[in-house]
Design a protein around this ligand. Structure first.
Ligand code: GSH
Length: 297
C-alpha cells in the first residue's frame, strides 16, 4: 500500500514535484501565492487612537470590530480605534507595512500603540484574547467557564477553515464543481452546525450564561451560515434545521455593538451597511445619514 496519489478518471496525475506555473482559475486565484513575505514597499497609515486595526469586514475581520465596539459600549475608552481598510483583492496584505504587523499576510491585524512600545497582534483569535485580557471583559473569570470559553474560541479557529477553505471554496469558488470535495465538506459543515446546535441547546451562549469572545468569534461565521449569507448555501445545508443556532444568531444580531461592528471596513452589500474606515464613534451616524441622503450634520 502506498499513499502516493493515483491518477483519477479526470486524467490528472500529480507530478513528482509541484511547480507554480499556472493560475488555478478559482476565485481569489490572483492573490494566492506559494511564498510568504511582502511584494512591495508600503507603509501603513497610523491614526490618533491607541488601537490601529488593519482589516476588511470578512467574518474574520468582523470578529475584531464587534469586539472593539462591545468594549466601547462598556465604556472602555482605551478601546478607541482607527480601522483602516486592507483590500485583499488588490493584494494590500502583501505591502511591507502590513507584513510587518502580520507575517502571515491576512486580515485582521492589530497594532496596540497605547504603551511605550507598539505591540503587534495577528490572528483573529489571538486579537480577541489579547483585547479580552487587556480590558478584563468578555472572558469569564472562573477557571471552568474560562476553559469552556477558550475551548469554543479555539474550536472556531480550527473549524472555520474547513467551512471556508473546504466547503465554501469547493461549493462556491472553485472553477469546477467536484462532487467528491463538495460532499466531503458539506458533511463537515453540517456536522459543525450540529456541534454548535447541541451546545446551544444546553447553554444560552457558548461559554455558558454570558456572552463572551467565544460567541464573538463564532457568530460571524456560523451565524452568517445559519442565515444563508455565506456561499448562498442556506438551502443546500438546510440551515433552518439548527434551531438553537438560529435562536443564538438572532439574539447576537440584535446587539447594537454587533450592528456597528459588522459595518466597519465593509465595502460591499447595501451602501447603508458600509463604513469603509472608522476613525470616530460619530462615523457610523455620519455614514448612515450620507447613504440615505439625509443631511450629515
Ligand atoms: N486564521 C486567520 C485567518 C485570516 C484570513 O484567512 N483572512 C483572510 C480574509 S477572511 C485574508 O486576509 N486573506 C487574504 C489572503 O489569503 O491573501 C485569522 O483568523 O485571523
Amino acid at each position: 500500500m502506498t499513499d502516493a496519489p493515483q491518477s483519477d478518471p479526470s486524467g490528472y496525475t500529480p507530478p513528482n514535484l509541484w511547480t507554480w506555473n499556472k493560475p488555478s482559475g478559482g476565485r481569489f486565484a490572483s492573490i494566492n501565492r506559494p511564498i510568504a513575505g511582502s511584494t512591495h514597499e508600503k507603509e501603513l497609515p497610523v491614526g490618533r487612537h491607541p488601537l490601529q486595526l488593519y482589516s476588511l469586514a470578512t467574518p474574520n475581520g468582523v470578529k475584531v470590530t464587534v469586539m472593539l465596539e462591545e468594549l466601547l459600549a462598556l465604556g472602555q475608552k482605551g478601546a478607541e480605534y482607527d480601522a483602516w481598510l486592507i483590500n485583499i483583492n488588490d493584494g494590500e496584505q502583501f505591502g511591507s507595512g502590513f507584513v510587518a504587523v502580520n507575517p502571515n499576510s491576512k486580515i485582521p491585524a492589530l497594532m496596540d500603540r497605547s504603551g511605550p512600545e507598539p505591540i503587534r497582534v495577528f490572528e483573529s483569535g489571538s486579537i480577541l484574547l489579547y483585547l479580552a485580557e487587556k480590558f478584563g471583559a468578555f472572558l469569564p473569570g472562573d477557571v471552568k467557564t474560562r476553559a469552556e470559553c477558550l475551548s469554543w474560541l479555539f474550536w472556531q479557529m480550527g473549524s472555520a477553515p474547513y467551512l471556508g477553505g473546504g466547503f465554501g471554496h469547493f461549493y462556491a469558488y472553485a472553477p469546477t464543481k467536484i462532487e467528491y470535495a463538495i460532499d466531503r465538506f458539506a458533511m463537515e459543515a453540517k456536522r459543525q452546525l450540529d456541534v454548535l446546535d447541541r451546545r446551544l441547546a444546553e447553554s444560552e451562549y457558548l461559554a455558558g450564561g454570558d456572552y463572551s469572545i467565544a460567541d464573538i468569534a463564532v457568530w460571524p461565521w456560523y451565524g452568517a451560515l445559519a442565515k444563508g449569507l455565506l456561499y448562498g448555501a442556506g438551502e443546500f445545508l438546510s440551515v433552518q434545521e439548527y434551531k438553537n443556532v438560529q435562536r443564538w444568531t438572532d439574539a447576537i444580531a440584535k446587539r447594537p455593538a454587533v450592528q456597528r461592528g459588522r459595518m466597519v471596513n465593509r465595502t460591499w452589500g447595501d451602501p447603508a451597511s458600509q463604513l469603509h474606515e472608522r476613525h470616530d464613534a460619530g462615523d457610523f451616524e455620519t455614514r448612515t445619514q450620507e447613504k440615505i441622503g439625509a443631511p450629515a450634520s
